[in-house]
Every structure is written in C-alpha cells, then in structure tokens.
Ligand binder design. Structure first.
Ligand code: SF4
Ligand code: SF4
Length: 437
C-alpha cells in the first residue's frame, strides 16, 4: 500500500522557491555548522543493523515497511544529505520534509532499542531545521508557528480573550466554590501556573479544574495577564529555534516579572520538553531561571504533603498511557502511577508500559501538521489501538494534550470504546472538597 499520497500546500509552494544555491547553503549551515560532533558520532556508529525497527510504531503498524523504520527514515534523509556527491533537488526536500514532520514523532523509543543508543529523533530534528530554513514546512503547523510569532501563543488568542477566559472560568467555578479565585498578576506568588493555547481555546474546563484544585489545596498561585502564559511550542517542532528561544524567554521573563518562585505547567508533554530540554539548550541555559515542574509532579507533591486528600475513588477501571516527553524524557511514570492508584479503584497496566510505552503518534508536532497527514498518522499507530483494546478497560488516563488528540483519533478509527481523561479530570472529580465548601 502507498501510504505517501498526501499533498500539503506548505510543502508544494515552499519547494517552488528553492534554488540549488539555497539548498546547498542551508544544508551546510545545519549539517556542518549547527550539528557538529554528535551527528558525526551517530553517522559513524550506526551499523545499519535495523534493530531499532521493532521499536517504531510506524514500522510495526505499516506491515514492517522498512521505509518507516527509524534507520530507514534517516537513510532517506540525513545520510543522503551528508553525501557530498548527492544532488539535493526540491523534490528530495519535499519528501524529506514529509518524512521528518509527519512520519516521526520524535518519541525516542527507538534510541532505547539501538545497541549504541543512537538518537534518531535528534537527527530527524536536523531535517526539520533544514526544511524550516528552506521554507518547506507543512501548512498547518507553520500556521501555529506564525501564531506564536505574532501573539506569543499557539492559537491566535488575543490578550483580552485570554483574560476573559480566566474570568469566565473563575465565574463558573464560583458556583461550585463561592470563595474561589483565579488570581491574575499577583506579585510574589509561590506558583506561576502556565497552560497551553488549546486550554482557553477549547479545553477551558481544564482551567476550571486546576483552579478548583489550587483553591482546595490553598496554593498561593497566579496566572499572568500578558503574553508569556502559553508554554506550548510549535516553533520547536517546526525547527524555528530562533522563535522557540524568543518564546521560552518571554515565558520565564513573565514569571520573573511577577517574582514567582516556581512555574507549574499543566498536563502537556511537548511544552515540558521545550523547557527542560530543547529550549533551554538552545538558549545555553544549564537550568531555567525559574524552577519549573510538570502537573504530575505538582499533584504528587500536593497529595504527599497532605494538601489534597482523596474524597472518593474513581470507580471505573482505568489504564494509564505514559506520554513520551514526561516519561521517557523526564521519568514521571511512577509518580503518575502513585496518583492513579490513590484516586482510582481499579488500575490495569497496558503493555508495554512506562518508558517502553508506544507513542500516541500525535506528538512531535505530527498531529499539528493537520488533516493532509491524518491518514498516515492513524494507520501508523494501529499497534497503539491494539495495545489499548487489550486492556479491556473503559478509561485511559493520559496526562498530555497531544496524547489526547492522537488517542482520540486512533480510538475512533479502530472503533475502540474508551474514554480519555487527564489526571486533573480524575483528581478534580475525586478530591475531598469539604475543607473549602
Ligand atoms: S517515531 Fe519514535 S520510534 Fe519511530 S523513528 Fe521517530 S523517534 Fe524513533
Ligand atoms: S540506529 Fe542503531 S539499531 Fe538502528 S540501524 Fe543504526 S545501529 Fe542499528
């Protein structure tokens, strides 16, 4: 079956502006100047054994098609770009862009199965960087990067709309907890709470729920009224590192302006990666200027410090999906399980799990490449549908926005009857709220 039949206007029109000189100069910039010894070590170490293939959900889901194996994707892109005798044409760049943006989630599962620990995801990001510099990027994800550039959030949300959303959620939540506040622009608060663009846009209940949890736990917290509230980062996935750096800086500068002691970010995986890994590295920071933790860690701390208590157990059997960026990337799997076990009556592991879990196939910006690439994304993760179905439970908990989007599409396509929840959904529903009622 030919899986590569997509047409993306961003790739097609971008390629029309390419010249041999533009391509040569961008390849030189990325592969000779920016990449350096790490790439050389990977190139010289890889023995083309193919052991990484069995790690990749695309390969496993696409009839073991070698062109979807990790090393196959690198061979069609990076190895060719490193070959001085190869003539790189605009068609080659379009094909490389499609592979790099839409056929690899940068999930890093394959690096655990490579005997040398070669990080294929890193090499694929170099291809994305090249395609960004050449202006050959998928239209949908490029639009989100444009939104970041002009509004400093991913969803074209204006400043007044952001504040309205917070006040609206505060108003709604006061029906439940009359003294509840969402403190905006509070100076010196313990916690600066950051969310990603989709929350005010179409998942505003998550802001409501976070506000309830903060108020029940009596956390000293705030959210900013200015740009810098959105921690998401499609610039990172497009390969526009200059823009990524601007966004990370404004985020931390906002927390510093408010003199907050710690940033807590909502249940998003890629946004966390953009601060603990890619963004900080690009900015040359050993550590971010304000400590930052993910919601899983935050909720775990609240529970273990006795600031929230379990009021009732979630009764339906649940399983847990380990998001790549917070588990393979940051090792939060046991803390997440502690929360699931504390709040849920019946927890069933899916297999494989923890750092061996299969990716949702949305991450790495792949879902953000939009409808032209949905078919590849859904067909490329049949293995995830099988994994979810095998648990036999009606609810999967996934503490990551991208995972929600990806799992929703897979459950729908493969007709698996399951609901997807955030940890915050479960905690909001099950915490003891009597202390503030
Ligand atoms: S999708 Fe994941 S496993 Fe597959 S090549 Fe990319 S990083 Fe490796
Ligand atoms: S990346 Fe590692 S596992 Fe994959 S082909 Fe190269 S050496 Fe083998």
């Amino acid at each position: 079956m030919n899986y590569r039949t997509t047409e993306d206007i961003g790739l097609i029109t971008g390629a029309k502006n390419l010249t041999a000189e533009k391509i040569r100069s961008a390849v030189h910039k990325v592969f000779s100047k920016e990449a350096g010894p790490r790439l050389k070590a990977y190139y010289n170490t890889c023995v083309r054994c193919g052991l990484c293939s069995q790690a990749c959900h695309y390969f496993l889901s696409m009839d073991n098609d070698p062109s979807f194996s990790p090393v196959g994707k690198v061979k069609q892109t990076v190895w060719e770009l490193l070959d001085p005798g190869k003539r790189i044409t605009p068609d080659f760049i379009v094909n490389a862009a499609q592979i790099a943006y839409t056929e690899c989630n940068l999930c890093r599962r394959c690096s655990m199965y490579c005997p040398f620990g070669i990080d294929t995801a890193y090499m694929i990001t170099l291809v994305r960087r090249l395609c960004h510099l050449l202006g050959v990027t998928p239209q949908y994800i490029q639009d989100t990067a444009h939104s970041h550039a002009s509004t400093m959030n991913q969803m074209w949300i204006k400043e007044d709309e952001w504040i309205d959303s917070l006040q609206w959620q505060e108003d709604e939540a006061r029906d439940e907890l009359p003294m509840l506040r969402i403190p905006i622009e509070k100076n010196g608060a313990e916690i600066f709470y950051s969310v990603i663009g989709p929350e005010p846009k179409f998942r505003s209940q998550l802001i409501y729920q976070a506000a309830v949890i903060m108020n029940v736990a009596q956390v000293d917290w705030t959210m900013p009224a200015t740009p810098g509230w959105d921690n998401s980062d499609m610039a990172m996935y497009v390969g526009d590192y200059e823009l990524m750096g601007r966004m990370k800086k404004i985020h931390f500068e906002t927390a510093l302006r408010l003199k907050c002691k710690k940033i807590v970010m909502g249940e998003c995986g890629h946004a966390f990666r953009s601060v603990y890994d890619t963004g900080s590295r690009w900015l040359g920071w050993k550590e971010p200027p304000v400590p930052i933790i993910h919601a899983v860690q935050f909720y775990w701390d609240l529970l273990n410090e006795g600031k929230i208590r379990v009021g009732k157990k979630f009764e339906q059997p649940v399983t847990f999906h380990d998001p790549c960026n917070i588990v393979r990337g940051m090792g939060l799997h046991e803390k997440a399980r502690d929360l699931v076990r504390a709040f849920c009556r019946d927890f069933v592991e899916m297999h494989p799990n923890r750092e061996h879990n299969y990716c949702c196939c949305a991450g790495g910006g792949v879902i953000n490449c939009g409808p032209p690439h949905k078919k590849t994304r859904v067909l490329g993760n049949k293995i995830k549908a099988d994994q979810l179905r095998a648990t036999g439970v009606p609810v999967v908990i996934a503490p990551c926005h991208n995972c929600h989007g990806g799992l929703e599409d897979i459950l729908h396509h493969y007709k698996v009857d399951m609901q997807i929840k955030f940890l915050g959904d479960i905690i909001y529903e099950c915490i003891d709220k009597t202390s503030v009622e």
